[in-house]
Design a protein around this ligand. Structure first.
Ligand code: B1M
Length: 222
């Protein structure tokens, strides 16, 4: 079990997407994140363990190496692709929740920010918690959030940001949402955020992880 998770972690860390992927050259012909995630799940490893014991620590190592200038954006991108290939196998497990009757959750990564792995995980898990998801993708501005809210009155909104520069954009988005659709609950998350920041920008809730997002949403409709 440990060995498959460590191989999967390495595949993500070094950006080996699948067996046919020519990158990285020294892993040519080896299984990639696609095959290894499937193998882990088929052999009975819990989906949450695949995520928390292999995928997330691998991305942390990638971030660490990037900070130390040991790798650059193209390598980070390959790791993100490998992570995406593994996450595709997790989705059916996290998205197999109740009938979707709890409400609608609109989620997007805020304008200027292209990071979507954490946002996708939150979307997956909230969907698994019985919510209908409207995923607006990345680089989303206030108008898109407001237009989508007009189509889904009463929906909850989730904003994700991974950059200290783009977290600043959340304030304007929250203000415009509250101006156009008063009473809308806005939940924020992403590595550089915290609850003090949430308070400062007038959002309703800060969730450090997908579980926090699901719990908050569920308490809103309990
Ligand atoms: Co970027 N990047 N990146 N990057 N990248 C970081 C964030 C960075 C910390 C790396 C570093 O320097 N150590 C750094 C930010 C520094 C800062 O602002 N302080 C950084 C930088 C600098 C950049 C660029 C500026 C690099 C450049 O071009 N010079 C550039 C910016 C592009 C842009 O967005 N405009 C850039 C680009 C990229 C790639 C495109 C190559 C790629 C993203 C690909 C993709 O997402 N499809 C990438 C990656 C992969 C990373 C790291 C390595 C990994 C991010 C990730 O996916 N983590 C990252 C370093 C790191 O995080 N260790 C880094 C795994 C994911 C599961 O965690 O997203 O935190 P996370 O989500 C968590 C929680 O935060 C939370 O739940 C998730 C699960 O636990 N959460 C929410 C997230 N959203 C939530 C919403 C919620 C609730 C919880 O409710 C709504």
């Amino acid at each position: 079990m440990d060995s498959i998770l460590s191989k999967l972690g390495e595949a993500v860390e070094f950006g080996k997407v699948d067996k046919n992927s020519p990158y990285p050259p020294n892993m040519k012909g080896q299984d990639g994140a696609d095959e290894l995630a499937k193998e882990a799940l088929d052999s009975g490893v819990a989906p949450t363990s695949v995520l928390t014991d292999a995928l997330v620590p691998a991305m942390d190592r990638v971030g660490q190496k990037f900070s130390e200038n040991k790798i650059f954006v193209p390598q980070m991108l390959m790791s993100a692709k490998a992570m995406g290939a593994a996450m595709a196998h997790l989705k059916p497990f996290f998205a197999s929740g109740d009938v979707k009757t709890k409400g609608t959750f609109i989620i997007g990564t805020v304008k200027g920010d292209l990071h979507d792995i954490g946002k996708n995980l939150v979307a997956m898990m909230v969907e698994g918690g019985g919510w209908t998801i409207v995923d607006l993708g990345v680089d989303v501005n206030e108008d898109t959030f407001n237009n989508t809210l007009a189509e889904h009155p009463g929906a909850f909104v989730g904003l994700s940001a991974l950059l200290t520069t783009t977290m600043a954009n959340m304030e304007e988005i929250v203000q415009k949402i509250k101006e156009v659709h008063p009473g809308t609950k806005v939940l924020i998350g992403g590595a550089p955020l915290n609850d003090d920041f949430r308070e400062k920008i007038g959002a309703d809730f800060y969730a450090p992880d997908p579980r926090g997002a699901v719990e908050y949403l569920n308490t809103c409709v309990a």
